[in-house]
Every structure is written in C-alpha cells, then in structure tokens.
Design a protein around this ligand. Sequence first.
Ligand SMILES: Nc1ncnc2c1ncn2[C@@H]1O[C@H](COP(=O)(O)OP(=O)(O)O)[C@@H](O)[C@H]1O
Ligand SMILES: [Mg+2]
Length: 421
Amino acid sequence: MKILIVGGGGREHALAWRIANNPSGTRHKIYCAPGNAGMTGVAEPVAIQATDVEGLCAFAKRERIEYTIVGMDAPLALGLADRFASEGLDVFGPKKAAAMLESSKAYAKRFMKKYGIPTAEYAIFDTYEAASEYIRKSPMPIVVKADGLAFGKGALVCKTQEEAEAALRGIMIDKQFGESGNRVVIEKFLTGKETSIMTFCDGEHIVPMVSAKDYKNAFDGDIGPNTGGMGAVSPSPYYTENDAMRFEHEIMLPTLKGIKAEGLDYVGFLYFGLMLTDKGPYVIEYNARFGDPEAQAVLPRLKTDLLEICKACNHKSIDKVDIRWDNKESACICLVSEGYPLKYETGFTIEGLDRLQKEHNDALVFFAGVRAGDNGFETDGGRVIGITCLDGEGLAARKAYEAASVLSFAGMRYRTDIGPV
Ligand SMILES: Nc1ncnc2c1ncn2[C@@H]1O[C@H](COP(=O)(O)OP(=O)(O)O)[C@@H](O)[C@H]1O
Ligand SMILES: [Mg+2]
C-alpha cells in the first residue's frame, strides 16, 4: 500500500516504523510529510509542511496515496481529514469538528461537563478584565490555559496571584500564542499522578491501548519548564487495575457517548491525559492524536498490525479486531539539545550511531530534530532522538540508557530518572 504519514517528529517515525514492521511482513511504500532525514529506513520524507493541507492533498492525489495517517494536531485542526475525505482519500484522524476536543480547551471542558466526565472545575473567559477579576477572587494554585493550540506551552500552573496574572497577560494581552489566546480556560489545580491513555476510536466503539507515562519537565525530579516530553514509559507505573476500570466506566465510555450524541463521528487516535486523584481519574485534556513521546513507548509493544487497526476504524469495526500487546514494558529516553525547550543551537554532528547499531541492536532509534549534514546526521531541533528499549524484567529504562550512552552531540542532554518509580 502507498501510505502518507503527516508530521515530522519521533512520533511519526514510530508510526512509520510500526507500519513498516508489521506482523505479516507486508511491504508498503511509506511517505512522511515533512518527515526527517533520520527516518529514511522506513519512510521517504516529502518536503511539504504538515499544515499545508492543500499541498498534502495535491501530493496524495498525484502519488495515488491509498491511506493517510495524521500524527500531528495542527493539520487536524485545519480540517485535513475533511479536505481529504472530500477528495475521496482515506484518512485516519478526526475531522475538524471532532478535533475540537483538542483544538479548543473550552469546547472540551464544556463537553466533559455535559457528559458528566470528571475534570477540574473551570471557568471560561473571552475578556482579559473578567478573567483577571476571577483570578483575584480565586484561591491558588490555579491553572491558566489558552483555549487554542499552543505547541504544548499554553497551559500554566500558577502558585500565586502574580503568576496567574502574568500568565493571563501573556496569553490574552501579549498574544504569546496568537489567536489561541482570544479565550482562556481557568481551572482548579488537581493533585495526583499523571498518566496517558491512548485509544483507538471509530466513532461507534473505543478501545484503550496499554497505559503510558510521559516525563514533561526538562530536568530530573520533574523540575524545570514543561517540554514536549523528555521520555516515556509503558505501562504507567501508577495506573492500577482499579484506575483502568474507573477510567473505562467513568471517562472513556461517557466520552464515546458524547461523541455519538454530538454527531462527531470521531475516527482516529483519541488521547486522554489523566490525573489520578484521590477521587479517581480526572481528565486534564483530550488530544486528537497520539502523544509524543508516548507513541515511541507504546507502539513498540503493539503486536497487531497497526494499519489493519486503523483501517478497521474507518469501517467502524474496531470492536472486531483482536488487539494484542507485548507484556514487556518499554522505556523511551529523549536526547535533546542543550537549552531545550527554550533557546538552543542546531547543526551539531551526531556521533555513535554505527556503534549503537552494532552494540545495541535491540534498541529502537526514533529520529526527530535531525537533518543530513556533511559528516552524517546533525541536530535540527530541540528533541533530537528517542531511544526505546523493551524488557520483561524491569530493565527497559536501564537498557535504553546504556544505548543512549554511546551517542553524543555537542550539548546533548537527557533526563536520568526515566523509568520505574
Ligand atoms: N487542572 C490541573 N491541575 C493540575 N495540573 C494541571 C491541570 N491542568 C493542566 N495541568 C498541568 O499542565 C500540563 C499541561 O496542561 P494541558 O491541559 O495538558 O495542556 P497542553 O498539553 O495543551 O499544554 C498538564 O500535563 C499538567 O501537568
Ligand atoms: Mg497536555
């Protein structure tokens, strides 16, 4: 089959790798737009930006792409799935209206409230003055969030009135995230452990994947600024069977009920960001796609053909597919540029990839911010490489760290505390 994957990071590399390495050994031609230079072993990069919906649509028609999987949020919010469907192109990913579960936090909160899904108490504001007055009357800590997409940087946990006021100004007055900050959601701070549950949804049925935990903060011990993710493990060490049962009954199935009642026809990955509170699991947010780097931890455990699962979703028959997982646990360590997620430099040669292949051939390497340079691959972004290992005896993270230790580039950094608690 001719397949197009939309996005260019480690998640998209993992999606392409999982489809290329399928259980029946079927060979596919996989393109990835824009992709990156590191993924050429499984997918051919295409120089079209992920948000260039018209460009992607023209490419899919010209190349007779038979199936498209969208990895990123922005093209879904722009209506890529609607546009492709209007051309009769098969696509995995929700239409614009359904992707609003991610692309508008206000929409998602109202949806959760309407369908009785546990989530933090909240208020929504369209003006700075009203939001500011609400902050002055609220007990701290509090969470201030831009309504729209903000590259994972639009939600700020604030401990003081001053911090909350500054966050609000940044979003609504300085327009740090542009139009995404025309509206804010302000919510009560929840305490607990975070866990990510990705699901396959076909609009009629929903099936959870194995759990995962991502590591958001830049530094060990969950200190420092939030990043796109410094690593992930699967399963989540905190997610109990009781949590799973409560998640299914109190969150996942009510979400499906809402999806049906609202006529959203949601076909795609649906991600639940959970806070495991002492009152049970609460939803922090939905994502209309796989998490990154959760994909790099979860997909290596998937034993059933990913493409078959996705296609079953298009036929509303995901309930008929026997989805199997490897019992081994996984860990993904992200190697990042010094300074990430703030300012960093790029263009440094990545050393040790040959040695990695020879000495750690069971380590999976997922490339993100990487380009071809004069001396091999060089860095081209904040998150550069993710290394995933699987293990049945609790050593996945240790193995991933051992593999990571043979790689280097100027300013390379990673968290050293990813793994079992
Ligand atoms: N109500 C809340 N209580 C506690 N922490 C929160 C809350 N909402 C968000 N957070 C923290 O902020 C992070 C980002 O918030 P989220 O809603 O997931 O926005 P985004 O991922 O779009 O930036 C969460 O992963 C969590 O750590
Ligand atoms: Mg989030």
